[in-house]
Design a protein around this ligand. Structure first.
Ligand code: PMV
Length: 329
């Protein structure tokens, strides 16, 4: 049996991906930019097993639900098609996938990003594919768009591109950044980001304005990273997050991910900023909040926010990589 294990970390977008140009290939409507973290990893082991007649997916020790199984099988079917094209002898073999998330799954803490990045790296190795970082980013994108960025260390830009070849993430330079993650709710979200993205494109009157604004935000954010201008990075981060949530909340029927507890964190961040501790809030498709801060202020910020939820500090982390068997926790 052929086995490979990979570890990948979540990334939190500072300029968000929200909307697809191509649902099948997962080509986004606009580019995005994120920070890969050094905390809350996903560890995934893929074992090819000729005795299996269907793929098996175990998440955090339990058999995954039917929807998750289907998504993993669709992803592995794509990996097998690449293996077949490469002449691999394993191209029809089914796999057992075991995955463990350090963060609560599906609560807006980017477990789909770390999950599909870890699956891309481990499945590519198990099926004998020799892929460079760009090809791995394109592969991870097919599982979950944001996973394309977790292949990359530190600050990643996902170039929207226009087809499978041109849509991938790559690293860019920027200042040292840290995040304080404030977990206010560990429950799985009621509406998946996939469904909510589709609903926003179809029913939110603000969708086209959102897409146009992301392009501008990304161009400004690239400049701010190049200039190592933390204040500008932070301001774009917070406004971009609230604009995404504004577009989502305007869906019909409405969808709302931010809870009163999330808003309390955004308010506390504004008050801390006014008091001289520079920090900026963002949130993905869930109620939990990530607060961008300079590394030197991260521990102090975590202490300030610990009354509002469980806090954890993360710095810039590595890209997804294989780990030696038995090394993953
Ligand atoms: O990769 P998905 O389909 O889980 O989409 C994630 C979208 C956000 O996390 C809300 C934003 C982003 O850019 O990561």
């Amino acid at each position: 049996m052929t086995t490979a294990t990979a570890r990948a970390f979540p990334n939190i977008a500072l300029v968000k991906y929200w909307g697809k140009r191509d649902e099948q290939l997962i080509i986004p409507a606009a580019g995005s930019l994120s920070l890969t973290l050094d905390a809350y990893p996903t560890d995934t082991t893929v074992t090819l097993d000729p005795a299996l007649d269907a793929d098996r997916f175990e998440l955090d020790g339990d058999s995954a639900d039917a929807g998750q199984q289907r998504r993993v099988t669709a992803f592995l079917d794509h990996v097998r098609s690449l293996a077949e094209a490469a002449g691999s002898p394993h191209a029809t073999t089914r796999a057992a996938v075991r995955s463990h998330n350090a963060a609560p799954t599906g609560a807006g803490l980017a477990t789909s990003a770390s999950g599909f990045a870890a699956l891309a790296v481990s499945a590519a190795a198990a099926y004998g594919l020799d892929l460079d970082a760009r090809a791995l980013s394109r592969l991870a994108r097919r599982g979950s768009g944001s996973a394309s960025r977790s292949i990359v260390p530190g600050i990643a830009v996902w170039n929207a591109g226009h087809d499978d070849e041109t849509s991938f993430a790559e690293p860019i330079d920027g200042p040292p950044l840290a995040m304080v993650i404030v977990t206010v709710d560990r429950r799985r979200k009621a509406v998946s980001s996939r469904e909510a993205m589709r609903a926003t494109a179809l029913t939110s009157p603000y969708y086209s304005a959102w897409v146009a604004d992301v392009e501008l935000a990304l161009a400004s954010m690239r400049e701010a990273c190049r200039d190592r201008d933390f204040t500008r990075i932070g301001r774009i981060t917070e406004s971009n997050a609230l604009r995404m949530h504004g577009a989502i909340e305007a869906c019909d029927p409405p969808i709302r991910y931010l809870s009163p507890q999330s808003i309390a964190v955004f308010d506390a961040v504004r008050d801390l900023r006014d008091a001289g501790l520079e920090c900026y809030a963002t949130a993905d498709a869930g109620p939990n909040v990530a607060v961008l801060v300079q590394p030197v202020d991260a521990e102090r910020l975590a202490q300030e926010l610990c009354g509002l939820g469980a806090t954890g500090v993360a710095n810039a982390g590595p890209g997804a990589a294989l780990v030696a068997d038995g090394a993953a926790s």
